[in-house]
Structure formats: C-alpha cells, structure tokens
Design a protein around this ligand. Structure first.
Ligand code: GTP
Ligand code: MG
Ligand code: ZN
Length: 315
C-alpha cells in the first residue's frame, strides 16, 4: 500500500492512505533513500510504501520511501552538517511573516527563500496580522510587495482577526499541497484554524513577544482542506543559518542575481569585488534591490568565514 506521511512524533509516523484511513507506522530496518542525508530520514509529505504489522490494520511498517518530487531542508542551527527535513513533495510554500508582534527580522525572508529556491518551489509571502498595521506598516508592506513581486514571489496581506486576504489565500491554497512556515508567533496555526474551522490546532493564547521564543507548534502536521488540497503546519523557525553552503550555492539561489550573472565578466562571479559585475551594476543603478543585495552579502560572508576556518583548521 502507498500512503503519505502526515505527522511524525518520535518513532511513530502517521500515514494517510488514499481512502483517508490513517495508520500509525514504524520504520524497521534500513530504508533506502536516494536523496540527501537528513537527521530525520522521512518527513511530512513523503510518499511511502507500507505493510500492515501482523493482523492489526491500524499499525504498519514503512518499507520504502518513494522518490521525492522536491523537499525543503534546513540546516541545524547547532550542527552545521545536520540537515533537517521540513517537508517533501510540496506544491508551494507559504511564508507567514508579520511586521509587528513579533517584528520581522531583517533578512529573514531572503534567508527563507534560500531554502525553497534550490527546488524552485513557489513561495507566497504573507504579511499577517494586518489588522494591527498603521500607515507606516502599510507603507512597508507596499514596498515589500513591489520588491518581491518584481522577482516572481507573490505578496499578500492577511488577518485572522479582520478576515482580510483570506479569500485570496484560499484561492492560492485550493487543490495544492502547501507548507506553511515562518517565525514563531506570526500566526501560522491561527491562520490554518481560521481557514479550516474544526481543525483545532493549538495556538498561543497569551501573546508573548518578548523573544523568549517558546514555540506553540512543536511538530509538522498535514491536514486536508475542504476547499481541496492539503496544508502543512510547521513549528516556528528561530533562525536560519547557511554556513553549510558553498559561496556559489548562495549566488545561484538568489534568483534575480543568478539571472544577471550571465552578464558578469567572470563566469563564476560571486558579485563581491569582481570587476565587470552585472549584479553590482544593477544594484547601483537601482534595477536590483539593494536590500536583497545587503542580505546576500551577509549570508555570503557567513559562508566564506566558515570556509576560511575549515581550511585553516589543524594548522
Ligand atoms: N492581531 C492579530 N493577532 C493574531 C492574528 N493571528 C494570530 N494572532 C495571535 O498571534 C499569536 C500567535 O499565534 P499562533 O497561531 O500560535 O502562531 P504560530 O505562528 O503558529 O506560532 P508557533 O506555533 O510558535 O510557530 C496568538 O496570540 C494569536 O492570537 C491576527 O491576524 N491578528
Ligand atoms: Mg503554530
Ligand atoms: Zn557578478
């Protein structure tokens, strides 16, 4: 039988079959995985082959993971060679952000896009809790919308309190498998509860934005939507580090810079100090975003520092 993993808690994997039946499955023995090594060998969204465990039709064993169409991994903040599988086989990622409560971390959106870009996973950026926006926040929203839509990401404003943007969001989610992600406290679970009443996801009742970072959602879980499609709620992301990457990985996954790079003088231009760099020229002329470039430089310097220390280790 073939099913899809909808939730993983410890060594139990909930697998949904085509007819909607949910079976708790374990992994015994070794699974053959073609893709990458991750701390969790399978994750939500993985298609798996299962067998019943004896006569008990509510328990199963995962015998095979089917090839993935795509996947989203993040680097462990503590151990740079540990990759954690966030979700597999998604049609799109919904990045939920807010401008206040909690404040949007500088560069967070661009760091997130570096996770989805290697597989060209479409991203919709939500600026949530827009019921709290004053003129100032609406102005920032307008700026971000222009900036990201220019490079092909949709940007919408939403609020579970006022209902704004929810119809548009529904039309985006309809008939697709979407991973919802973002910082803790931005309202991901509340949004899903509002879109699909009755789901009853735990949300943070006491608003606490002190930055202590308690996470209300602690594991990823996939739910069917009445409008068609599936939605994956995920735990809040505290920070995204990328020092496991090589400089060219970063250069290739800022999509508009990659596009410009064919006009750079040097084929492997990292858009730093190289002469004849088309990216730097575009930033200076205002046709590429200086903010994106600033975040690019930040990530690039983290990656290069890391490579420097690796080379000089043991000297
Ligand atoms: N003003 C306002 N508050 C909201 C909105 N949506 C959610 N909240 C509040 O924001 C807080 C956090 O909501 P959650 O849905 O738990 O946030 P989350 O993103 O799922 O957080 P984690 O599970 O920790 O990642 C709660 O106190 C919600 O009531 C909104 O649209 N407007
Ligand atoms: Mg949550
Ligand atoms: Zn260049």
């Amino acid at each position: 039988m073939v099913g899809v993993i909808i939730k993983v808690t410890g060594s139990w994997h909930e697998v949904r079959l085509d007819d909607g039946t949910i079976i708790s499955c374990r992994i015994t023995g070794k699974l053959r995985l073609e893709d990458i090594k991750t701390t969790n060998p399978v994750g939500v969204g993985d298609h798996v082959t299962i067998e019943y465990e004896g006569d008990d039709q509510s328990r199963g064993i995962i015998s095979e993971v089917l090839p993935r169409r795509n996947y989203i991994v993040r680097q462990s903040p503590r151990r740079k060679h540990d990759l954690h599988l966030l979700a597999a086989n998604v049609d799109q990622a919904i990045l939920v952000t807010t401008l206040i409560q909690p404040m949007l971390k500088m560069g967070f959106i661009d760091r997130f896009l570096l996770m989805t870009e290697p597989h060209n996973i479409p991203v919709v950026i939500i600026l949530n809790k827009c019921d709290l926006f004053t003129d100032e926040e609406w102005e920032i929203f307008g700026g971000l919308k222009i900036m990201y839509e220019e490079i092909g990401y949709s940007v919408i404003s939403c609020s579970s309190v006022s209902g704004k943007g929810l119809e548009e969001l529904k039309s985006i989610l309809k008939d697709k498998t979407s991973m919802v992600a973002g910082q803790s406290g931005v309202g991901k679970s509340t949004l899903i509860n509002t879109l699909q009443p009755g789901i009853g996801l735990k949300t943070d009742e006491i608003s606490d934005y002190s930055g202590k970072g308690q996470h209300t959602t602690t594991f990823a879980e996939m739910f069917p939507l009445d409008i068609g499609g599936f939605i994956i709620d995920t735990p809040g992301i505290k920070m995204l580090s990328y020092n496991n990457l090589e400089p060219l990985d970063v250069a290739h996954n800022f999509r508009e810079f990659f596009e410009l790079s064919s006009s750079c003088r040097f084929p492997n231009c990292l858009h730093l100090e190289e002469p004849g760099c088309a990216v730097k020229k575009a930033v200076e002329e205002g046709t590429a975003s200086p903010l994106r470039y600033e975040h690019y430089l930040q990530i690039m310097s983290e990656v290069q520092d890391q490579n420097y220390w690796e080379r000089h280790k043991g000297l």
